[in-house]
Design a protein around this ligand. Structure first.
Ligand SMILES: *[C@@H]1O[C@H](CO)[C@@H](O)[C@H](O)[C@H]1NC(C)=O
Ligand SMILES: *[C@@H]1O[C@H](CO)[C@@H](O)[C@H](O)[C@H]1NC(C)=O
Ligand SMILES: *[C@@H]1O[C@H](CO)[C@@H](O)[C@H](O)[C@H]1NC(C)=O
Ligand SMILES: [Cu+2]
Length: 193
């Protein structure tokens, strides 16, 4: 009985902790709370690359393990200018051999937030972990060169926000999945210091 009330008390405290407000007070957060910053990537500077090589969209999204989270560089061409702005996300699954972006699953949503209401970029810890464009802005075609650090994604496989071997997907303004590629560990790693 006492144990039960302790459990429900803890549960209530956890629920309370889930209500986070962004600057405009509209942010919601996941059932597991706000995303935590990742500070335990095993190899700082480790490089993972998603290579886009469809008939239209070509280029790379590079992810480099940082002391806090992951540094991304989007370097792609061929996104039809008239179909933007483009969203881009980390999806749960790798792109299958047939290249079908529909089979990459939903967004990486480690803290179980869901994609509605939309991410409030002023409170990125409350967004779906994989919603990179929600946190760092959509991009316009045809050519994109954009870099940012995301503190909440991980290149440590034990962490909730792990991105290795998952798909990166670009969506056009209609939300259609127009290009996708899998993040794989690059054969070109920096030499150990
Ligand atoms: C990640 O980006 C930050 C900010 O540009 C930079 O200071 C840091 O050195 C980068 N980390 C790696 C491992 O490249
Ligand atoms: C891109 O696709 C073309 C045609 O399928 C192929 O010949 C080429 O090797 C691919 N390039 C890369 C970098 O995967
Ligand atoms: C919060 O405010 C920002 C900036 O004014 C806006 O871009 C964003 O859409 C708002 N978030 C929500 C969930 O309405
Ligand atoms: Cu997506």
């Amino acid at each position: 009985m006492q144990l039960l009330s302790l459990v429900s008390l803890l549960g209530a405290a956890a629920l309370g902790a889930c209500q986070t407000s962004g600057a405009n007070g509209t942010a919601v957060t996941g059932k597991l709370g706000d995303a935590r910053q990742v500070r335990n990537n095993p190899v700082i500077g480790e490089v993972w690359v998603a290579t886009f090589n469809s008939s239209t969209v070509k280029g790379t999204v590079t992810a480099i393990a940082n002391t806090v989270g992951v540094n991304y560089t989007i370097d792609v061409t061929g996104l039809p200018a008239e179909k933007g702005p483009y969203k881009y996300h980390v999806h749960l699954k790798a792109v299958p051999a047939d290249g079908n972006c529909a089979d990459t699953g939903g967004h990486l949503d480690s803290y179980v937030r869901g994609d509605s209401p939309p991410c409030d970029a002023s409170a990125p810890q409350t967004c779906e972990v994989g919603d990179l464009s929600g946190k760092y802005g959509t991009v316009a075609g045809p050519t994109v060169l954009k870099s940012f650090n995301d503190p909440y994604t991980a290149l440590n496989i034990i962490m909730l926000g792990y991105i290795g071997d998952r798909g990166i997907v670009f969506h056009d303004a209609s939300s259609a999945r127009i290009a996708c590629a899998t993040l794989v560990k690059s054969p070109n790693q920096p030499k150990p210091q």
